[in-house]
Design a protein. Structure first.
Length: 169
């Protein structure tokens, strides 16, 4: 591992104190178990090694770990005030019509009532209509099927957030 080939964010992540590295990971994903697994495997030679560790940790999360991770995500169409990450990721809803925003609110509530957690989708690059269509489609899933989709979507979100961590100066 040479310093010229290691992205600056990854080099910093590999060397910062444990509490700061944990905080950075926990900001990417609210699952303590996931963050601890990634923290324990430092240092990472490449970003791909970090992403592979993230995927492996995601696959092993329990239902309670997934619940903890999902609790860190605001509903689609309602990013946390002052949270640039959720606002950036949900950009596709920013310009949505009032009718679409109202429909998403209703769908979010129906989804949450059925499954007991927020509708989770990797919203980066998706339009409001695509997110609405996804919740419409997924609300018909069984809880078991939906849990696995949530795990997959959370893994995609984590990769995007880790990529930002790896590349930042």
């Amino acid at each position: 591992m040479t310093s010229t080939s290691t992205p600056p964010g990854l080099a910093r992540f590999n060397t910062i104190e444990e509490h700061a590295a944990f905080a950075a990971l926990h900001q990417a994903c609210a699952s303590t178990a996931w963050a601890k697994r990634l923290l324990a495997a430092r240092p990472y030679a490449t970003g791909e090694d970090l992403y592979a560790a993230s995927d492996a940790a995601m696959a092993e999360l329990t239902a309670a770990d997934l619940d903890e991770a999902m609790a860190g995500h605001p509903p689609i169409g309602r990013p946390e005030p002052g949270d640039p990450t959720s606002a950036r990721e949900q950009r596709g809803m920013a310009g949505a019509s009032d009718a679409l925003k109202a429909e998403m609110l209703e769908l979010n509530l129906a989804y949450q009532e059925k499954f007991g957690h927020v509708f989770l989708i990797c919203a980066t690059g998706r339009t409001g209509e695509q997110m609405r269509d996804a919740v419409r489609e997924r609300i018909g899933n069984t809880p078991e099927r939906e849990r696995e989709i949530v795990r997959s979507e959370l893994g995609k979100i984590n990769r995007i957030r880790l990529a930002r961590l790896v590349e930042e100066d």
